[in-house]
Unconditional design. Structure first.
Length: 147
């Protein structure tokens, strides 16, 4: 099975969740949030394809990480591959965090037509979704991550 990534597995992150983490940067995002930190991950044809088994091998080399964070792009644009990885990550006793632009309710609706969305959701220990509020009089966007 293939997954489209924006970059290789990032090790030793201290800003993508609690503790030292690895990060899987998925490619492809429909949200185009104002002020996005990773706009190069929006293009569904960007990044590169890699076998999920290759990422599993990289996960086996992790030493100090307490978990793996899915980010991107939006991981829920590739729920089958992300589910397979999340299931594997749990099998090696690491926790799973995920950042997404979808609300929980939107993902429940998506799961009606793609069971892998629900499968992936069930493997996530900490789920963050991002909401952007625009206040024209302030000419800025306010950003919230909800746990």
């Amino acid at each position: 099975m293939l997954i489209r990534l924006a970059s290789g597995l990032q090790k030793d992150s201290i800003v993508d969740g609690e503790g030292i983490r690895a990060v899987i940067w998925t490619q492809g995002c429909p949200h185009h949030c104002p002020g996005c930190h990773n706009p190069t991950t929006h293009d569904y044809n960007g990044g590169y394809l890699v076998e999920v088994d290759e990422i599993k091998k990289e996960i086996n080399t992790l030493d100090d990480e307490v978990g793996v964070t899915f980010s991107g792009g939006d991981p829920f644009e590739q729920p089958e591959a992300c589910y397979e990885l999340a299931k594997y990550i749990h099998s090696v006793k690491l926790n799973v965090w995920c950042y997404t632009g979808y609300t929980f309710e939107e993902l429940l609706k998506k799961s009606d037509t793609d069971s892998n969305v629900m499968n992936f959701l069930k493997e996530i220990d900490i789920f963050y979704y991002e909401i952007w509020f625009h206040y024209p009089d302030l000419e800025q966007y306010l950003y919230y991550s909800l746990k």
